[in-house]
Write a protein that binds this ligand. Structure first.
Ligand SMILES: *Cc1c(COP(=O)(O)O)cnc(C)c1O
Length: 460
């Protein structure tokens, strides 16, 4: 790795076109939040100043990606854009079949329609919300098997995203026949954006082989995960990021992917796999809902943007800046005494709302209360990752989630250091008055993925 004598790690780009931000007053924000049913997904995004709701599809594309948009070929079948896309994917993930989809969840829907169903069980380090929902929608069960350190917000294990290999083996001993495949999410988004080590992937692979189970990666943040491997796992400091990615891929039989994350595109995803029979089944399902397998719900121009983004997201200057700028936010909040999940993940800083707001019990949604307070105070939009997102059980009952977190997701290449400094100030001010915050109740919710649309009312 090339070492720089300077502490400041600069953005490895300059700004090419800008989007103005609209300032709002506190009175306006109070009114907008109430009109949105205290659900930040229901806000008009022009009423948000710094939008940290998600890093999904919200990144800034490069000049080369926009040039790719112009090169997009919109032939229905066999477009050159598809072959450029497939080449870029297989350079990093050399699977035999690559099926483009409009998003990651479409890849999940296709995969689990083919291999899910009642009585099946799918283990993962921690299922992402759409992954869990797509599994449960088929009648199958989604099981989270993070290592114990992954459930402790303050444990500094360098690979808190790891899957608990002993628990996986127990599941396979007891219910092996019901497990169609094993998944590992890199990085573990729902578990705090934490990375998975190659040693853990190898151990999972070994168990999968012994029980004859395919291993699939939910690889949305593979490049950030590879950077953590390079910087934290012994023996990888001098290995190039694309080689680390290929080593991750070599341990798996397939992957689901959202191009809205590390590939730096605004839309897209894919399903890739080696098994010819399963690929055939998936292609048939793909045609039903996504489209012909050389465009899969995307325009040719989107495939070009993804192909270019894949070459940019594994560049070391980019990853060094990316991971450093996330840690910058986390370190400042930690220094200000705000409880945060450590170590910091790649794409987001997670606030421990349960620790900051002990007066609000989990079933009164401390994460949602904190996210609402950040919006009212400074127009910052964050995302609850806790009991609102995961508390509702398939039988309709409600349980506290493992943790009540608020995710400050950092869109890629989008905000500058002063936006982040402003965010730190707002958070510090909210944390100083945390004792005044009250919980919420849900007044309307759909049966699945309720966090996107539920309506809330403040308590007290
Ligand atoms: C975003 C995401 C998905 C789903 O991808 P979409 O493109 O949003 O449908 C699946 N898994 C993980 C880990 C994700 O972060």
């Amino acid at each position: 790795m090339t070492e720089s004598p300077y502490r400041t790690i600069i953005e490895p780009f300059r700004i090419h076109s800008v989007e103005p931000l609209r300032m709002t007053t506190r009175v306006e924000r109070v009114e907008r939040l109430s009109a949105a049913g205290y659900n930040l997904f229901r806000l008009y995004s022009d009423d948000v100043l710094v939008d940290l709701l998600t890093d999904s599809g919200t990144g800034a594309m490069s000049a080369e990606q926009w040039a790719g948009i112009q090169r997009g070929n919109e032939s229905y079948a066999g477009a050159p854009s598809f072959y450029r896309f497939r080449h870029a994917v297989t350079e990093l993930f050399p699977f035999r079949h690559v099926l483009p989809t409009h998003q990651g969840r479409a890849a999940e829907k296709i995969l689990f329609s083919a291999i899910g169903g009642a009585g099946k069980v799918v283990p993962n380090n921690t299922h992402f919300d759409t992954t869990r929902a797509n599994i449960e929608f088929t009648g199958a069960e989604a099981v989270d098997l993070p290592i114990p350190e992954g459930r402790d917000a303050r444990d500094r294990h360098p690979f808190k995203g790891n899957l608990d290999v002993t628990a996986l083996e127990q599941l396979l001993v007891h219910r092996g026949d019901d497990v169609p495949l094993v998944m590992v999410t890199v990085t573990n988004n729902a578990g705090g954006g934490q990375p998975v080590s190659l040693a853990n992937l190898r151990a999972v692979r070994e168990v999968c082989e012994r029980y004859g189970k395919p291993l699939f990666l939910d690889a949305c943040r593979f490049a950030e995960n590879a950077w953590f491997i390079k910087t934290r796992e012994p023996g990888y400091a001098d290995i190039a990021v694309p080689d680390i990615v290929r080593e991750m891929a070599s341990l798996a039989d397939g992957m689901t992917m959202s191009a809205k994350k590390d590939p730096l595109a605004n839309i897209g995803g894919w399903l890739a796999l080696d098994d010819d029979g399963l690929a055939e089944q998936c292609r048939t399902l793909e045609i039903l809902t996504e489209g012909f397998p050389t465009y899969g719900g995307l325009a040719g121009r989107d495939l070009e943007a993804i192909a270019q983004g894949l070459t940019e997201c594994v560049q070391e200057d980019y990853l060094r800046y990316r991971i450093r700028s996330t840690a910058y936010l986390g370190e400042a909040l930690e220094a200000a005494g705000v409880p945060v999940v450590v170590p910091f993940g790649g794409s987001a800083v997670f606030l421990d709302a349960r620790a900051l707001l002990p007066q609000i019990p989990p079933l009164e949604y401390p994460g949602q209360a904190l996210a609402c307070a950040l919006y009212v105070e400074g127009g910052i939009r964050a995302c609850e990752i806790g009991t609102v997102m995961f508390g509702r059980q398939p039988d309709g009952s409600e349980q506290p989630a493992v943790m009540d977190l608020v995710r400050l997701a950092i869109p890629r290449r989008t905000y500058t250091q002063s936006h982040i400094d402003f965010t730190i100030e707002v958070l510090t001010r909210v944390a100083a008055r945390a004792g005044e915050l009250r919980g919420l109740q849900i007044i309307e919710e759909p049966p699945r993925l309720r966090h996107f649309t539920a309506g809330f009312a403040p308590l007290g």
